[in-house]
Design a protein around this ligand. Sequence first.
Ligand code: GRF
Length: 259
Amino acid sequence: MAIDRRTPVAKRRARPRRGIALPAIPPYDRADREDTLPRRGSGLAHAEAKGMTRKRVAILISGRGSNMAALIEAAKEADYPAAIALVVSNRPEAAGLARAETAGIATAVVDHTIYGKDREAFERALQAVLEAHRIDLVCLAGFMRLLSPSMVERWHERMLNIHPALLPAFKGLDTHRRALAAGAKTHGATVHLVVADMDSGPIVLQEAVPVHQGDTVETLSARVLEIEHRIYPRALQLLAEGRVRVVDGRCLIDRQAGT
Ligand code: GRF
């Protein structure tokens, strides 16, 4: 089903006529052939041709999608253990969607505004898309919605997030400005498993950068973003290879020779 982005069906149907309650609206999917046709760029075609099994990954975004792009790039490697099967945005206008489409990745929009305050309905729609694409692992990459404990539990130890700070420092938003205001000498990024508490899950990987005198939010965030793009693909690789084990709320990484 090809749907014109400029006239999103879900949006059009979303405006209820006065006094009429509409049922929960299923998300629309711009690439529902993805399940049967491996798509260019996802890494699936290559893997299937070689008889490899890769974890099917969905990346959830809300904006520009630079981390998404880094994951897509990594998954192009022949021996990468995960394939990017789907990119989902909660915002129809997210710039990352076009980037994913250009890379030949299936995309879907589950527009949270349609569901108003009904977070469960939003998450049911999201879950339906993930199931339709037979997703094994989920990567949150600049996805600006908090997920409910039940959704998080469904993806227990199968959902990653990237946070632009050295957790547990600077949870939440606006991390670069807050790090500068605190006079932090070191800042960084963290990839962690998602748990019900925001930015609190077991840490898979993190890397630090120095904070220079005279840094601005722009210079510091650019330095951090560079390492985000390096550690996220690496963390996904570790998870997809089954090398991340959670013991007492902490991740133990099974290190292999040379890795
Ligand atoms: C990144 O800094 C990520 O750490 C944070 O949101 C930002 C998303 O950027 N969660 P992008 O959309 O991946 O470019």
